[in-house]
Design a protein around this ligand. Structure first.
Ligand code: ADE
Length: 239
């Protein structure tokens, strides 16, 4: 079973959306499991403090290395081979490729970042991999942890209804997904593109491919450049 352990000062936020829909059903079916661990349970003082003021001064609070290390060692002792992630806006951007690799492994340990940050020493000492879910700042890492776990869980064997629905979706081939249509044939004066009702599977596939390429070129020049580079191979030189 794929196991996600989350270390957080807001354990009540979990499972949250991970208890509903696809992920919730998969968890009920025993495909994966989730444990939310309260960081405060690993504090040692009377006030159960998990943070302190930053060395060198400045605003905000920093998560303590000793408290977080204790939580990590309890949740994931050295023999636990799950990757240890820390959600942080300064992390490496999460990609579908990283998600797919995480889904193939035994699970994840996710530390939810908070406050101004986390003491750098525990990031190093416990080999935490910082991951960002995008270039914007959330009020805490919990939502980012849920995003990451949800993206992994839907790739676990037996979770998605049609196995094929994963292969054609956005990012799996480096392109955004083509547009979709269903009945009615006419909606507020707009028709379904004729090719899609032609019954010609070859033309349908070609149209979808062209649309996926057009959307990627228009909306995500970064993805388009990477796709073109992969397609053209290392010998191709920019014009
Ligand atoms: N915590 C706050 N903002 C975040 C982001 N963009 N990604 C991951 N964790 C975060």
């Amino acid at each position: 079973m794929w196991r996600a352990s989350v270390i957080t000062i807001f354990p009540d936020m979990f499972p949250g959306p991970l208890g509903a829909s696809l992920a919730g059903k998969a968890r009920a079916a025993g495909i994966w499991d989730l444990a939310a661990v309260d960081l405060r349970d690993h504090a040692t003082d009377r006030h159960r403090s998990v943070d302190d003021t930053p060395a060198g001064g400045g605003p905000g609070m920093v998560l303590r290395a000793d408290v977080l290390a204790r939580a990590i060692d309890t949740v994931a002792p050295a023999t636990d081979d799950r990757p240890r992630l820390l959600t942080s806006p300064r992390g490496k951007p999460l990609t579908q490729a990283r998600v797919a690799a995480l889904a193939k492994g035994p699970g994840v340990v996710v530390v939810c970042g908070r406050f101004e940050g986390v003491d750098e020493r525990v990031i190093q000492a416990r080999n935490l991999e910082e991951v960002s879910i995008g270039d914007y700042v959330l009020s805490g890492g919990e939502l980012a942890a849920m995003v990451l776990i949800d993206a992994c869980v839907r790739l676990l064997p037996g979770v998605m209804g049609k196995e094929a629905s994963g292969a054609e979706e956005s990012f799996s081939d480096g392109l955004l997904e083509y547009p979709h249509y269903t009945r009615p044939q006419l909606f507020e004066g707009r028709d379904i593109p004729a090719v899609l009702v032609s019954g010609d599977h070859g033309r349908v596939a070609a149209w979808r491919r062209a649309e996926a390429e057009r959307l990627t070129r228009e909306r995500r020049p970064d993805l388009w450049a990477a796709h073109a580079a992969a397609r053209d191979g290392p010998s191709a030189r920019p014009a």
